[in-house]
Design a binder for this molecule. Structure first.
Ligand code: C5P
Length: 399
């Protein structure tokens, strides 16, 4: 992963028990290539220490406005100069109030006031503090001021209560920040995706399925959302977490997947079919569990509808993207699929290591020819595919 290569981030840590998650967030940012400068408020430093962040970021961590280590005592300007964003996680109720009113009485609040980069905050507080009209007022002021507010989530709180106010997890914050930096090449577009396997029931407890993990489809849903589109993801049985902001429709069989796609396709500009749809389903589904017997069990399978081909053949189809997972002759089979299903773009991959890995190597096939990508983590591959779709839609398909 190097999605934050070249990005300079100021990570602010204010006073709250969620400060322990900021250490993990710093690690994820650094692992992803960012240059991270940690700044703790006095209360933040009661929960975690500057030494923690110094060790994780490999850079001095700051907390004091009057720190003599700053050569010209202009820490409040130097630290945010050239920063791509200030990320405050956790952002306490008190600190949000300060931001909303433009107070600047410590290093972090001064940096926020003297910045010329985006400010991203991840609130964390007790649910009553979050619901308090003063906090509501401050949050709406910050949103009006263009501050990006990530979360909070609802759940168990350190005080023993349950409700809104839990800081998002470090991975969620990392994903939201990397998403924020993506070019908005699909702004305003509505994208429908399919992902994962389908499950074709044989009886109430058994069925035919495959080993598709759904990872590529979920990465694409995330990349599409990060590119500014509205994403709806129809997925078969998978254990992937739904990317925040993506509408998810769970289905089991190819028939259900087709119905869900047809329900949404009218409001769709782009259809990306990533799902490994079962080609066949049992002709009959037994109402009761099939009992074991000494004789062979003969199943008759019926072909499933080809969802992608059906959508691409609609009178006014969305821009359709297909996938072709092949074990040999990638170019020939993928191009064949592009022609037979009448698709502007097919993403092909040679399955050398089976399904379900975290990395992928693909070749995109369009009218212009072949465009290889990878090997790379699936999210990077997904961003490459989205960029290519963006170029094709703006008539700038040439690489
Ligand atoms: O023909 P093949 O199954 O290899 O084509 C793969 C592409 O078609 C993928 O994009 C897949 O999601 C889509 N597909 C579909 N419905 C099917 C079979 C495949 O949408 N029944």
């Amino acid at each position: 992963m190097a999605e934050l290569n070249g990005k300079r981030l100021v990570l602010g840590i204010t006073g709250g028990i969620a400060a322990y998650k900021a250490a993990e967030l710093a690690r994820l940012f650094v692992k992803d290539g960012a240059d991270v400068h940690a700044v703790l408020t006095r209360s933040g430093a009661q929960f975690v220490t500057p030494a923690t962040f110094q060790a994780l970021t490999g850079k001095p961590a700051w907390s004091d406005l009057w720190d003599a280590r700053m050569p010209d005592n202009m820490a409040h300007i130097d630290l945010s100069r050239g920063a791509d964003a200030i990320v405050i996680a956790p952002a306490s109720a008190d600190f949000l109030a300060k931001l909303a009113h433009g107070l600047a009485d410590d290093l972090l609040s001064t940096l926020c006031l003297a910045r010329d980069c985006p400010l991203i905050v991840a609130p964390a507080m007790n649910r009553q503090m979050w619901d308090n009209p003063a906090t509501r007022r401050n949050i709406s002021q910050l949103l009006q001021d263009g501050v990006i507010v990530l979360g909070p989530a609802s759940g168990d709180q350190a005080c023993g209560e349950t409700g809104m106010g839990r800081m998002l997890e470090a991975m969620e914050l990392h994903d939201a920040v990397t998403g924020y930096f993506q070019p908005k090449v699909l702004a305003g577009r509505r994208v429908l995706l399919t992902a994962g396997p389908t499950f074709e029931a044989l009886d109430p407890v058994r069925g035919l399925t495959n080993l598709s993990s759904g990872k590529m489809g979920f990465a694409l849903a995330r990349a599409v959302r990060d590119a500014g589109a509205e994403a709806t993801l129809v997925c078969g049985p998978v254990v992937q977490p739904t990317p925040p902001g993506v509408a998810r429709v769970d289905v089991l069989s190819a028939g259900e997947m087709r119905d869900a796609v047809l329900r949404h396709v009218r409001e769709t500009d782009i259809f990306i079919a990533v799902a490994a749809v079962a080609d066949y389903r049992p002709e009959q589904t037994a109402a009761q569990k099939i009992k074991k017997a000494a004789q062979p069990l003969i199943l008759t399978l019926q072909p499933n509808p080809d969802i992608l081909a059906e959508i691409a053949a609609l009178p006014n189809p969305p821009f359709c993207v297909g996938f072709a997972a092949e074990s040999e002759n990638l170019d020939e089979y993928a191009q064949g699929k592009r022609t037979s299903k009448k698709l502007p773009l097919v993403v092909g991959n040679l399955m050398r290591h089976g399904l379900g890995g975290d990395d992928n190597t693909i070749v995109m096939f369009d009218n212009e020819g072949r465009h290889p990508l990878g090997p790379a983590p699936k999210i990077e591959i997904a961003r490459g595919i989205v960029a290519h779709i963006g170029r094709m839609l703006t008539g700038n398909g040439r690489e």
